[in-house]
Design a protein around this ligand. Structure first.
Ligand code: IMP
Ligand code: MG
Length: 363
């Protein structure tokens, strides 16, 4: 019966893909509920590395049915190419038991992409994938739904379905569903810094609205945040770090956009914003990622609008490392929510501690 929801608590790129892949085997269904191929979710496992844009991050698990849900916008030819790339990496065919696409997704057209590139890519720093114009058309009730053009894409046809029906049936027979969010809290069209936002809602509650599932089905809300902040595109980034400083070169080198290849802007963890994001999403399970990139780096954390706290560096993301333990305590004190898992590397099993999932994952 339960629906769990996983969302990003910053500006996207929090490492949601890795976390979804780590927990996916606990679910029958992983369903994406927002965005399109503006997203870039990286999933790395022993057999290879997947860069996903529209396909949900549970796809590396043979037992999981992944759904591109109602509320997503789809570029059909890009999706065909993505399915082919994923099949190559996984070395197996993706069947409808692995992937289903909602017949109701609004279609991204070449005209919408051109419009996005001409009008918004420079101004807002969009990914140029046609996301804004497609959602605009959807809300103007002029968009084309995938089912209306599917005959042009015979490769996608077997995957097309009434996903509402699949989700309701699954909930009725007590299957476990994970709704996977794209982008992040501060890119939400209503709650981010308008107009430097994406064109849909990104908060956890939106999963229920758009998937058509009552909020009483929700069990846990996973909130994923990175130990520092990154942002691609325009808009405000509090205390943004200077790219030329050697101190953060390791982080800057690691922070390249999965979708556009753009260098991400970086700055300190903002606990004031994190606190709000946790409340806005109703997070019950908080997960920190990429703290390993701060190993042996001294840095500051934003506590509130005027106060920055300097923290002593740690050498490993272990609870046994005094400075790292202090960092965790400091976050928990400020945001009022315990941290359940710390991801300290890109692989499925890279967790320095993990109170959430299968204990066998703990290194
Ligand atoms: P759009 O979603 O392409 O319209 O871009 C709007 C803003 O959201 C830009 O600042 C993009 O860089 C940002 N954005 C969109 N998708 C993602 C994502 O998956 N991760 C991080 N930023 C994103
Ligand atoms: Mg990303």
């Amino acid at each position: 019966m339960p629906l769990d929801i996983l969302v990003g608590l910053q500006y996207g790129d929090e490492g949601k893909g890795k976390v979804v892949d780590s927990i996916a085997e606990n679910y029958n269904i992983v369903v994406r509920f927002n965005g399109g191929n503006n997203a870039g979710h990286t999933v790395q496992f022993d057999g290879g590395k997947l860069k996903l844009h529209s396909i949900p991050s549970g796809i590396a698990h043979d037992s999981v049915q992944n759904i591109i849900g109602k509320g997503c916008v789809v570029n059909p030819s890009e999706l065909c190419a993505e399915i082919q790339r994923v099949q190559m990496t996984l070395g197996r065919t993706i069947e409808p038991r692995h992937l289903v696409i909602s017949k109701d997704c609004a279609v991204i057209t070449p005209e919408f992409i051109a419009d996005d590139i001409n009008k918004s890519q420079t101004l807002i720093g969009t990914t140029g994938r046609g996301i804004g114009p497609t959602y605009s058309a959807k809300h103007a009730r002029t968009a084309t739904k995938l089912q209306d053009v599917i005959f042009n894409y015979p490769m996608l046809e077997p995957y097309l379905a009434d996903t509402d029906q699949i989700i309701w049936t699954a909930l009725e027979v007590n299957k476990d569903i994970l709704a996977e969010g794209a982008q992040g809290t501060w890119l939400d069209i209503d709650h981010g810094q308008y107009p430097y936002v994406t064109s849909c809602n990104t908060l956890a509650s939106h999963a229920c609205t758009i998937l058509g599932v009552g909020i009483n089905y929700v069990r846990d809300i996973f909130g994923v945040f990175k130990a520092y902040t990154t942002r691609v595109g325009e808009g405000y980034l509090e205390n943004e770090w200077d790219r030329s400083l050697d101190q953060y070169s390791n982080i800057f080198n690691n922070e390249v956009g999965t979708t556009t290849g753009r260098s991400r802007r970086c700055g300190p963890l903002n606990l004031f914003d994190l606190n709000r994001a946790i409340k806005m999403n109703g997070v019950t399970k908080l997960i920190m990622t990429k703290s390993d990139l701060l190993n042996n780096t001294s840095f500051e954390v934003i506590e509130d609008i005027i106060y920055c706290k300097h923290l002593e560096s740690w050498s490993s993301c272990s609870e046994l490392d005094e400075n790292f333990a202090r960092f965790i305590d400091y976050i928990v004190d400020n945001v009022g929510c315990d941290i359940f898992a710390v991801s300290d590397g890109p692989l499925r099993s890279d967790y320095s501690f993990n109170r959430l999932f299968n204990r066998s994952m703990v290194k």
